[in-house]
Design a binder for this molecule. Structure first.
Ligand SMILES: Cc1cc2nc3c(=O)[nH]c(=O)nc-3n(C[C@H](O)[C@H](O)[C@H](O)COP(=O)(O)OP(=O)(O)OC[C@H]3O[C@@H](n4cnc5c(N)ncnc54)[C@H](O)[C@@H]3O)c2cc1C
Length: 324
């Protein structure tokens, strides 16, 4: 990431085909890094191999056992044979659909959820980014985002109904719709090409509390989901990893206080990112039942962001990521 990532010190917001820049540099000395999530995963696998660690893949029936004792263990099936791993602690980093969260008793788990009435249709293409920084566009036809993976690979999204059939969207139809929603000068400059990946993602805000039960720690999407507006998901997961690593190091040194406090500490940060992602999603998307009043409020919010340095400072503080 340090070698290949692209540093951004601002972002563009747009409404009705006209954009303006939020300059992070005017409000903070921090920046954001653009680097593909799949590259992060590849780097982590490489690092694990370099440590001589073992990764066991393609298993079924993963079950977490005796979490509320001092001797938890995980069982799984591989090639029809059951295996068992005994552990001091279990880090549940298995995403939203994994078995870790389900292992917490229903009577203990509290869930908070908001499902948004739309999704993001995204395509990846080997075309240069239309802008050197991201463009988040609010438009009467729906939200759009111009993002990138590198100088030569772009990632673009448009808001669609969540049950939209993917085959309705040829590459040409996607590019035409994107052009209608982004600033006019960007629409003219947009270089299009064939998609190399195309998918629809639902938008959801979700938090599970607590993030620790006995010897199990929930980490990342296993405990929380944010809508992708503002790019907080993987960053939050890394925040959890940071707190958990500190807690385990202290725990093995004989101090369990951070292990006891992991859930509370991680959740403080999680709820701040929840608030930001919810606000940014609500501000930039068209809701199917949007009243004229709600519409004017949204326009006023974006105008406030354009003209108030205080509003830009507020957005910047959260966008560049809270310290941990
Ligand atoms: C469209 C979109 C755009 C996004 N953009 C950004 C962005 O720009 N920036 C950002 O920070 N975040 C972004 N995110 C969010 C980000 O992808 C997630 O928050 C992040 O991947 C969470 O990491 P995780 O390791 O917790 O979970 P995951 O990435 O879901 O990983 C979980 C892992 O657990 C494994 N697993 C599941 N079940 C089992 C099992 N039974 N046994 C063993 N292993 C299992 C899975 O195979 C997977 O490898 C985006 C998300 C979407 C949908």
């Amino acid at each position: 990431m340090d070698a290949e990532g692209i540093t951004h010190t601002g972002t563009y917001l747009a409404a009705q085909n006209r954009g303006f820049r939020v300059n992070f540099g005017a409000h903070t000395d921090r920046s954001v890094m653009v680097y593909g999530q799949t590259e992060v995963t590849a780097d982590l696998y490489e690092a694990r191999d370099a440590m001589g660690g073992t990764i066991i893949a393609e298993v079924d029936g993963v079950t977490l056992n005796d979490l509320d004792t001092d001797a938890p263990f995980v069982t799984y099936l591989r090639d029809g044979t059951e295996h068992r791993i005994d552990a001091d602690y279990i880090a549940g980093c298995d995403g939203f659909h994994g078995p870790s969260r389900q292992a917490i008793p229903k009577a203990v788990l509290r869930e908070f959820e908001r499902v948004y009435p739309f999704g993001w249709l995204g395509i990846l293409s080997d075309t240069p980014p239309v802008s050197e920084e991201l463009i988040y566009a609010n438009h009467a036809r729906g939200f759009a985002l111009c993002s990138m993976r590198s100088e030569t690979r772009s990632r673009h999204y448009i808001q669609t109904p969540v049950d939209e059939p993917l085959d309705r969207w040829s590459d040409d139809a996607f590019w035409d719709e994107l052009r209608r929603r982004i600033p006019n000068d960007s629409a003219e400059a947009l270089i299009t090409g064939p998609s190399i990946e195309k998918s629809i993602a639902p938008l959801r805000s979700y938090v599970a509390e607590p993030m620790r039960w006995g010897r199990l720690f929930l980490v990342g999407d296993a405990a929380h989901i944010v809508p992708p507006t503002g790019a907080k998901g993987l960053n939050l997961a890394m925040g959890d990893v940071h707190y958990l690593s500190q807690a385990l190091i202290a725990g093995y040194d004989g101090d369990d206080s951070m292990i006891e406090g992991y859930s509370e500490m991680a959740l403080r940060r999680v709820w701040q990112a929840m608030r930001f992602s919810w606000w940014f999603t609500t501000t930039m998307h068209r809701f199917p039942d949007q009243t004229p009043y709600a519409q004017r409020m949204q326009e006023s919010e974006i105008a406030h962001l354009e003209h108030s340095q205080a509003a830009q400072a507020n957005m910047t503080e959260q966008y560049v990521g809270l310290p941990f």
